[in-house]
Design a protein around this ligand. Structure first.
Ligand code: ZN
Length: 174
């Protein structure tokens, strides 16, 4: 397994609409495993393929924490929300938007239809943090970011800070 570099805003891949996965081969299984490892190494609860630079409809999630970490890992290929209800509020962050926290209102329960890395169809119903993570990661597959949920004024400030951060990183790397 290997750690993959996580891309950050404003990388254009984060704004793409990801394409459906059609081939369920060894390459896909390895990609899913590497994404899970990358998620854990980044202390994330979810990771979408665009965040490692691939506009494919593939996400990994694990809402567990502490001793539960690693036990609730799920790989969802071509995930689709088929039912949702209720409301939940939570302060969300994103590995692709460093230092940003957005107070979000999401659906409190979602039912998601997906395929496993080997192509088997399944459904999962998530509540609480799992519901939030599923909605957040599926947003990534549609090019939607936390930035899209904040006011235009706040967005301008956040985008400026993110671009400055990226320039600093470039400066340090060269
Ligand atoms: Zn994210």
């Amino acid at each position: 397994m290997a750690l993959l570099p996580v891309v950050t805003y404003p990388d254009p891949v984060l704004r793409e609409t990801s394409t459906r996965v059609e081939s369920f081969d060894a390459e896909l299984a390895k990609l899913a495993a590497d994404m899970a490892e990358t998620m854990y190494a980044s202390n994330g609860v979810g990771l979408a393929a665009p965040q490692i630079g691939l506009a494919k409809r593939l996400i990994v999630v694990d809402p567990g924490s502490g001793e539960e970490k690693g036990k609730q890992l799920m790989t969802l290929v071509n995930p689709e929300i088929v039912e949702s209800d209720g409301i939940i509020e939570y302060d969300e962050g994103c590995l692709s938007l460093p230092n940003l926290s957005v107070h979000m209102t999401r659906k409190g329960r979602v039912k998601v239809k997906a395929q496993s890395a080997s192509g088997e169809a399944f459904e999962v119903t998530g509540e609480g943090l799992l519901a939030i993570v599923l909605q957040h990661e599926i947003d990534h597959l549609n090019g939607v970011l936390l930035l899209d949920y904040i006011s235009p004024l706040k967005r301008r400030l956040v985008v400026r800070d993110l671009k400055e951060l990226k320039e600093q990183e470039k400066g340090e790397a060269s």
